[in-house]
Every structure is written in C-alpha cells, then in structure tokens.
Design a protein around this ligand. Structure first.
Ligand SMILES: [Fe+2]
Length: 382
C-alpha cells in the first residue's frame, strides 16, 4: 500500500476518517479535493472501480441469441453478448490474433467476426475460424477463446467485474431485494437507451441523483409537482446499496399502473436506489429510469441513461412523453452539476452541514461507502 495515497491533500485524509463517525444528524459535506483531486480519482479507479461490480446496462437490451453491445471499463474493451445458450457473458472484446476489437457498437451476430483478418468466435467466445492458419500446427485453435470477465444479472441489470473470480453481487443486495421485490424491475421492458457525457465528478453526480433536498428547489416545474421534497424518506443502507423513497403528490392525477405484487403505498412511491459505485435507479411502478456510468476524468462521466416500463401497453407517444420529462429533468440537474466543479475548486469553499436523513441521508451513505472502500489504503498511510 506504500505510496498509494501519495499526493492526496491532508484535509482529505482527515475528512475520509471523520466520515466513519458521522451520523445523519451531524454529517458535513466533503472538501473540494474529494472531487477535484486527480490522485483521488486514480485511487478510486484502483480501489473501487477495478474491484467492484459495475453496471453496464440492461439484460433486455440483448434479448436474443447473438445480441450484443460493447463497452469500456477502465480501458478494457468489453463485449456483452447473449450466447446461443441464453447466457449473458462479458467477453474481452480484443481479438486473440493481433488485438483488434472484434465488435463495435451494438447489434446481433450469429458469430463474432473480427473485421481485421476475419478470425471468428462463437457467441460464447470460442475461436471457431482463423482463415489460412491451417499450416500453423503449433497453434491450438480449440484452446483459444476470448477471455471472460465476471458477469451477473440482478433485477434485469447487467453487472461486470474485471475479476472473473469475484464474489457474487446478489447476496450483498439480498436485503434490498426484499424491499423492492414488488416492482419486478427484471420484468420491465427497456424502451429507451442513450449515451451522454456529463461534465461532473462521478460522486457529485451520484449525490445529486440520490438526494431529494433539491427536488422542490431546482426542479420547480418538472419534479416538484410530482415528487416534492417534503415526501422524501430515507431507508437503511447496506454494504452495496443505499437509497430513499419519495411519494407521488396525492394531488397529482396519475394512472395506477404496476405489477400486481405492489402494495398501494408502493404504487404511490418512487424508490431511488444507488448500487455504488456506478448505477443509480429511479424506480416506480409504471416506469423507471437508470443511469450507469464510468468516470472519464475528475470532471466528466461517460453515462448510459435509460427508461424501462411495466407491461407492453405503452404507446410510442406515452413512451416519448416519459423520455421528454426524464431528459428535461436531467438537463436541470446538468445545469447545476456543470458549475459545481468550479465551486469545489474555490479556495474559499469550506464544506457545509448536510440536511437531515430524508433529504440528504444518501449523500452521507455515498461518502461512507467511498471511505469504507478506501479504508485499507487510508489506514496503511496513517
Ligand atoms: Fe435533480
């Protein structure tokens, strides 16, 4: 661990240690360095992102055999492919010949064919063809396959782990499953996916998505009439998740659509969930949103945003209305997040007190998660 924390400002060590002792009634925001220090991001990449399950999208984006999409995690080209056996796999998207990425974008392929020399793999990653290579008797085609990363589907979300031997994610989310079982996210249909760059630190992004304090203030016209701050409630966090709920304003006419397993109270409530580090979900009975991302720098994330719907009775027009409301709301969040990076760099910024648990409890949950994951590294230095 020697040298791991080199370059981190002292106030950050102190803040990362203090976070462990904060409760929801006496928590403080984190210093600017928590967000703007490149050394902090390096540390997070090594200690958190390289060692955690990371969401890359929804399993129903690739419903049929041979359906795939590609992504990058910490510079690793990855193809998420549904095999002809029905399993979703995260394959190294690097040809075993001379390193060309085999697939690009998304689509459907009966076989995975590298565009460079037509080396061909089956949908489970086994090499099945290499033109004009018959003469190479020292080359074992049967033993040649695209390496696999860890891959797990939870509630319809696909997670990838760079370590194929990583401990499974689902047991760490078992308590959350009990809380949200009725929504059946795994059975909802993804109808909209888009990719965006957001000019924000990844933690500022998660904090913003996961606190209801700003709903009535920033989203006056969009969210306040639907999900006002006064209806927010925090729920206990676990090792691998945290969240809060926000009720639908009773004065708002809203179609009561949802899975029959849901109670009336659940149909009247949004459940906001973070599976740190890189997935946030805005869950509701009728339709839900998700954003997963990878940090591009201290000041930017590469985000994948999507909406998924209960049932298939939704018309294009209804789906489009949901998309517009979602993106209008996200633009309001961007308008704030675009500027926070500058504020966090100010020499005059000192962290302020956080609002009570229903409003900003998840901000503390995120800080505690980060401090916990960096704990070994912090302890090794001091
Ligand atoms: Fe917001």
């Amino acid at each position: 661990m020697e040298g791991l924390m080199d370059g981190l400002p002292n106030e950050l060590f102190t803040a990362l240690r203090d976070v462990a002792d904060y409760g929801y009634d006496d928590a403080w925001a984190m210093p600017g360095a928590f967000y703007v220090s490149p050394e902090m991001l390096d540390l997070e990449r090594r200690e958190i992102f390289a060692r955690e399950w990371l969401c890359v999208g929804r399993a129903d984006e690739i419903p049929g055999p041979g359906d795939y999409f590609t992504t990058d995690i910490l510079g690793e080209p990855i193809a998420v492919v549904r095999g002809h056996d029905g399993a979703v796999r995260a394959l190294s998207n690097v040809c075993r010949h001379r390193a060309m990425p085999v697939l690009s974008g998304s689509g459907t392929a009966r076989r995975l064919v590298c565009p460079y020399h037509s080396w061909t793999y089956d949908t489970a990653g086994q090499l099945i063809g290499a033109p004009l290579m018959q003469g190479r008797e020292d080359f074992d085609k049967k033993g040649c396959r695209l390496p696999e990363f860890g891959c797990e589907v939870w509630q319809g979300f696909v997670f990838v782990h760079l370590d194929p031997e990583a401990a499974p994610l689902a047991p760490r989310l078992a308590d959350l499953d009990k809380r949200i079982a009725g929504y059946h996210f795994e059975a909802m249909h993804t109808r909209h996916v888009t990719h965006e760059i957001w000019e924000t630190n990844w933690k500022s992004f998660v904090e913003n998505f996961m606190e209801g304090y700003h709903l009535s203030a920033l989203h006056k016209e969009t969210l306040h009439p639907v999900n006002p701050t006064r209806l927010c409630e925090h729920f206990p966090s676990g090792d691998a998740y945290f969240g809060y709920t926000v009720g639908f304003d009773p004065s708002m006419a809203r179609e009561r659509i949802g899975h029959p397993d849901l109670t009336d109270a659940e149909i009247d409530t949004c459940v906001m969930i973070a599976i740190p580090p890189n997935l946030v979900i805005g869950g509701a009975s009728d339709y839900s949103s998700f954003i997963c991302f990878e940090p591009a720098s201290t000041d930017a994330i590469r985000a994948k945003l999507g909406l998924f719907f209960h049932g298939d009775a939704w018309t294009e027009e209804q789906v489009d209305r949901a998309i517009v409301l979602f993106h209008d709301t996200m633009e309001e969040d961007k308008s704030v997040l675009d500027h926070i990076g500058r504020g966090l760099r100010s020499s005059r910024y000192t962290p302020g007190p956080l609002a009570a648990a229903p409003y900003e409890g998840c901000v503390l949950d995120l800080h505690k998660y980060v401090a916990r994951r960096l704990n070994g590294a912090v302890a090794a230095v001091r």
